[in-house]
Design a protein around this ligand. Structure first.
Ligand code: ZN
Length: 457
């Protein structure tokens, strides 16, 4: 699932929306030109009568070591600081708009432009988004373009990257403006009960975003088409049928337009749901790894993770809106005069609301990550059982290790990882392999090898 250190390279999406688009995000350093081959199983991880889970896990992990390991650790750990930096940048931008009375000026300007309240809200939203985008632009360029190029993860020119940012900005001004205006109308019409009604409407918009995302929004950035490789497609559809998934097509996306990362995802709702593989994955991974990835994605589908994500979002929105109202009362009461705000439901108080929501979002990051990580682990286990490709899973986990920290500490994983770490995932794959050795060597037993020692994590 999304909203992550890894996914901050694209447009900054509302995290609740990103929560709904779940992907096994991976990356690569270069597209392979040769045809995919079977996973290169390291010494110590082959099926044998003395197969050991910990030894096999370490053997896989040792394939990414030295400078390569340092490179990905450095990239991923840099993302920890970006969480803080993003938060501080939002706080600084909103305080600037309040302290300079720019927010009050923008409200007055919107009032002068139109008498229709709904459009007044929309105009204020446009002013606010443009101001915030300009103020945080240097950080956005660093995060989205400079840093990605420094670490060799991007395929985009600055012009191509910037044009995508502008498309995303346009979408925000139109769709975000609509949602914002409806929410503000509710806040002003129902000043006492808006946290409840606002949460319901916000959830409705998140749901609509999830439904239209794959059909109307994603194609603005990439080209989607049915998977062309018939051999892989048939294997995938067979696995889908075996798991009760009524799929007739698997989609392929040209993600190499933007980056070298390998990924797949499940997106959509109520009939727009689909599984999509990206072209980097198809070019770089063995068929075993592709099946492992698809098993994982099918796990999300079968276990209704998108719907679970919506329920989680509903709880978070209600809690956040309730705390928002309390925080608005306190801050507007204390600083309202200084910032020229009429009351808590004043349009010009929106930067105060954003300050509070940013602080809550910052504090909720570990909870959000842990919710997503738990679902990802479930999908991993489902994927292993569906695909029976533990070595393919380990191969993919190492590709992920090119930009995710492969072997973090336990607390680090809880706080910052929205997918299980490479060590956790490979341990699960090797544990599965230890109980199913006969699939890889008919001379070996299945389910009776007492070598599955407790994993280190
Ligand atoms: Zn996933």
């Amino acid at each position: 699932m999304n909203s992550t250190l890894a996914r901050r390279t694209r447009t900054k999406r509302i995290w609740m929306v990103s929560l709904l688009i779940c992907g096994l995000a991976l990356c690569g350093t270069a597209l392979a030109s040769a045809a995919p081959v079977a996973p290169a199983i390291p010494v110590g991880a082959e099926a044998s009568s003395h197969f050991d889970v910990a030894t096999a896990t370490d053997a896989w992990l040792s394939k990414v070591s030295g400078p390569a390991r340092k490179h990905s650790d450095s990239y991923f750990e840099g993302g920890y600081w970006l969480i803080l930096l993003d938060f501080l940048a939002t706080v600084a931008a909103m305080l600037l708009l309040l302290e300079t009375k720019a927010s009050a000026w923008m409200r007055n300007f919107a009032e002068r432009i139109t008498r229709l309240k709904f459009f007044e809200y929309w105009i204020y939203f446009i002013e606010l988004v443009l101001a915030a985008s300009i103020l945080t632009f240097p950080l956005t360029v660093y995060e989205g373009w400079v840093r990605e190029h420094t670490y060799g993860l991007s395929n985009q020119t600055f012009g191509a990257w910037l044009s995508e940012q502008l498309i995303a900005l346009g979408l925000t001004l139109v769709l975000g403006g609509l949602a914002f205006s409806v929410l503000i109308a509710i806040v002003q019409k129902l000043p006492r009960t808006w946290p409840v009604w606002g949460a319901i409407i916000a959830l409705l918009f998140v749901t609509i975003g999830a439904v239209i995302g794959p059909v109307f929004i994603a194609p603005l950035f990439n080209r989607y088409k049915p998977l062309e490789n018939q051999v892989i497609k048939n294997q995938i559809l067979s696995m889908a049928r075996a798991n009760g998934i009524p799929a007739h097509d698997v989609y392929e996306v040209d993600a190499s337009r933007q980056s070298k990362r390998v990924s797949a995802n499940v997106s959509g709702l109520f009939g727009t749901d689909r599984i999509t593989l990206n072209d980097n994955l198809l070019a770089r991974c063995s068929p075993e790894a592709i099946m492992a990835v698809m098993g994982h994605e099918m796990g999300h589908y079968v276990m209704h993770h998108i719907y679970n994500g919506l329920m989680f979002a509903a709880i978070v929105i209600v809690v956040m809106f309730s705390m928002l109202r309390w925080g608005l009362d306190k801050l507007v009461d204390r600083f309202g005069g200084r910032w020229r705000l009429h009351n808590t439901t004043d349009l010009a108080a929106v930067p105060v609301a954003i300050l509070i929501l940013a602080a809550l979002g910052f504090l909720l990051t570990p909870i959000q990550n842990s919710f997503a990580r738990a679902q990802e682990y479930e999908a991993d286990i489902f994927g292993l059982n569906a695909s029976r490709q533990p070595d393919g899973e380990a191969e993919v986990d190492l590709l992920l290790g090119e930009y995710w920290k492969l072997d973090p500490g336990p607390l680090e994983e809880v706080l910052f990882f929205d997918h299980p770490s490479g060590r956790t995932r490979i341990t699960a794959a090797m544990r599965w392999k230890a109980e199913n050795l006969c699939l890889f060597d008919p001379a070996l037993p299945c389910g009776s090898v007492s070598v599955a020692k407790p994993s280190p994590k």
